[in-house]
Design a protein around this ligand. Structure first.
Ligand SMILES: *Cc1c(COP(=O)(O)O)cnc(C)c1O
Length: 402
């Protein structure tokens, strides 16, 4: 493995060998070199951030097929901006009162099975989540998690939007949910933070009729960790921009880009909005632009082959280990990358999955493997954030505990 001294070594902070995939808590992904270079150049001069947002928005619009685009400080931040846009629209008074939503519709209806920790980001804008559906999928009753009529029933005068978490297993289908929401004249916000690659997904949810879609800039797109993409209808992107941009401006000379909003149509300057806490710097904006441009040009087949090869290295090294069963899961619909699932049989292995995964994390460098299925004595090796040397190192360290 690369013995070069990292900045983390210099700081006395243990670095991480990442065999877990693009997880924010261990640094997400590695920013593309072309994005790092662009960020460093961005740091050399000034720019008006609203002008740069226009340029980023054009690219987002081009690659997603949405009417407009915007960049926030993460996919979660973009969920807050999307909720704020759905609640306040063009109402400057409502913008200034958020997260107090008195007098304006502020409920976000969600299928109950779509709720997750990130819906705090909706609530941060002042939204109240109304979840519907039942969880008796597992009873074998033929019931679905949420029926379309249940969503329709929950949409009232108080509804600002319908929230949808996009995963390959999400039900009802996005098309169905869009139909129900649009029948009731409310927008649909889709959390698709981690749903690329495939790159086709950049436009898939807009095509399915979603009004706003968010993606993380710091996962497989490999832009700065602190960026997220909001793609959607112009009216919502306009509202998001008004609530996000720094608004300490002198109104008499304020000349915001007309691509974002029309100054003449505003009663005044809305001042610092709910999104102001989610600011994005010029360096991050430039980095995201460079990363997104590279991501859409990337040779996905070559990358898939590289990921498979890296898993081969790990699988070969672990193949003859007593107490481990290996299974390859292809990438594709359920996961963005292929993974090696490793089942640990504690009696034969002499260690259980929890001990093994816990010990790897305590090493220096720390080694993180996928730990979503520890309760079933399974861990996973994800190749997205490894290089070849690290893949061999991870396998060797796993072996050492058996
Ligand atoms: C990663 C993730 C987010 C948050 O993305 P950030 O860019 O880190 O803010 C939100 N929702 C889901 C489903 C995610 O996987």
């Amino acid at each position: 493995m690369d013995e070069e001294t990292t900045v983390y070594d210099e700081l006395g902070v243990p670095r991480v060998v990442n065999a877990a995939g693009t997880k924010t808590r261990i640094g997400g992904s590695l920013i593309r070199p072309e994005a790092v270079e662009a960020m460093s150049r961005a740091a050399e001069s000034f720019v008006r951030l609203s002008d740069l947002q226009v340029r980023a928005g054009e690219l987002v619009s081009e690659v997603t097929g949405a009417e407009a685009g915007y960049v926030g400080s993460g996919a979660a931040a973009c969920m807050t901006l999307a909720a704020a846009a759905a609640i306040a629209g063009d109402d400057l008074g409502a913008m200034s009162r958020l997260p107090d939503t008195e007098g304006v519709p502020s409920e976000i209806v969600m299928p109950r099975t779509h709720r997750n920790g990130y819906d705090h980001a909706f609530r941060a804008a002042g939204a109240t989540i109304v979840d519907v559906g039942n969880n008796d999928n597992y009873l074998g009753t033929g019931s679905n998690g949420t029926e379309p009529w249940e969503l329709a029933e929950a949409i009232t005068e108080e509804t600002a939007a319908v929230g949808y978490m996009e995963k390959a297993f999400s039900a009802p289908s996005l098309e169905t949910v869009v139909d129900v929401a649009h029948d009731h004249d409310v927008p649909v916000i889709v959390d698709a933070a981690a749903e690329v690659p495939p790159r086709e997904n950049l436009s898939a949810f807009v095509e399915a009729g979603a009004d706003m879609v968010v993606f993380s800039g710091g996962k497989a797109i490999r832009g700065p960790q602190t960026t997220g993409i909001l793609a959607g209808k112009r009216e919502y992107v306009r509202s998001a921009a008004l609530q996000h941009l720094d608004m300490h401006v002198a109104e008499s000379v304020w000349d915001p880009p007309s691509e974002l909003f029309d100054k003449e149509s505003l009663a005044g300057v809305p001042r610092q909005g709910i999104g102001r806490t989610l600011k994005v710097g010029k360096e991050e904006l430039v980095g995201l632009i460079a990363a997104l441009e590279a991501f859409v040009e990337e040779d996905q087949a070559a990358l898939d082959a590289e990921w498979e090869r890296r898993l081969d290295v790990v699988a070969d090294e672990l193949a003859d280990c007593e107490g481990l069963s290996l299974r390859r899961e292809p990438g594709g619909k359920l996961m963005v990358a292929p993974e090696l699932r490793v089942e640990v049989h504690p009696d034969a292995a002499g260690v259980d999955a929890v001990e093994l995964v816990g010990s790897l994390r305590k090493e220096d460098p720390r080694i993180f493997v996928g730990s979503d299925e520890l309760q079933d004595d399974l861990f996973a090796v994800n190749p997205m954030c490894l290089d070849d040397e690290e893949a061999a190192y991870v396998a060797e360290r796993i072996r050492s505990y058996l």
